[in-house]
Design a protein around this ligand. Sequence first.
Ligand code: F6R
Ligand code: MG
Ligand code: MG
Length: 383
Amino acid sequence: MKLTLSVIKADVGSIGGHLRPSKRLLQTVEDYVREKGKDLFLDLYVSHTGDDIALLMTHKRGVGNADLHEMAWKAFLAGTRVARQQGLYGAGQDLLVDSFSGNVRGMGPAVAEMEIEERPGEAFLFFAADKTDPGAYNLPLYLAFADAMNSPGLLLSPKMGLGFRFVVMDVSPGEADRVIDLETPEEIYDLAALLRDPERYVVESVWSRASGEQAVAVSTSRLHNIAGKYTGKDDPVMLVRAQMDFPATGEILAPYHVGPFVAGAMRGSHQMPLMPVKLLSPVSFFDGPPIVSCAAFSVRDGRLTEPVDVFDHPFWDAVRSRLSDKSAEMRRQGFFGAAMLPMSELEYTGITERLGRLDRRFKRRREISPAAAIAASGEKIVS
Ligand code: F6R
Ligand code: MG
Ligand code: MG
């Protein structure tokens, strides 16, 4: 049976800054979807990760369905009204346009969707991250789908051994929807060369080369590209199918013990480790560290089981403890060097204005030499 898995998520307001939505806000969004969407979806799971609310829906309408997207948009609008009533911070902040026009993609909310042929024993994972951007999934996906040191299935399973096709998007401003297909294992170094720059290149989807089936869908939206200015971190969601032709659940989860430094945390402008957390976790230390939650599901005829909270396990307590130390270590160097993002990724323009003011106060000590002047102008020196 053909089944669509859709996740649509937005931050429409949160308590005490950017910590988590109120219970009333979450309930309002869920009630709206259950009431107005009951003829649209087969099953629904509503959750929050930090300040972001995510709607996971199963249905048969295919990806980018206008009715489903409009219903989700209106649910977030209903939530925004409650957020305003309660005085929540950032009410409606991810609803970047005034009116809905066919598809929430490009309007602020993050979307990850895939249409699948439901397998007997269909297992999938729903990830949601807060205080970071979509490139945060680059390394875990590379390790799970392309690195035999992480995923023994690449050696042991004949189908996984045929490798995967990665679709990577260039998310620079003005470059939306510029994508490249790369096949592993042959093009593994080309893939690594792109994924090392998570602010520019983002894995959008991964496909099995054995079956042609889609394994992964990531929300790739960069809010600053949509709004034309910085409006907060994108806080990406992701769906990953597990087992059989795809990596085992444990192979998909294992990379999260690394806790790589990713963009985000305080004012969306720092580098901090990506910490795997329990479902429904708020954010705390230094408006971070960036967090990622994961709910594992099985699904039959579009009906979801209850979620398993995969990062709620003693193993991950030890990882969290190590990553707390790693976070504090980075924070010790404050604004300096690698602790803060490069100018192009800072969420605020204040620093650009400050540097502009300072630049005008710089004084030249001596005249620039003729050779240096020519070199600076780009002309060749002929001797
Ligand atoms: C993401 C998030 C951050 C903020 C950023 C700016 O969930 O909350 O990316 O958008 O910290 O926040 P303020 O509103 O404090 O400027
Ligand atoms: Mg926020
Ligand atoms: Mg958020």
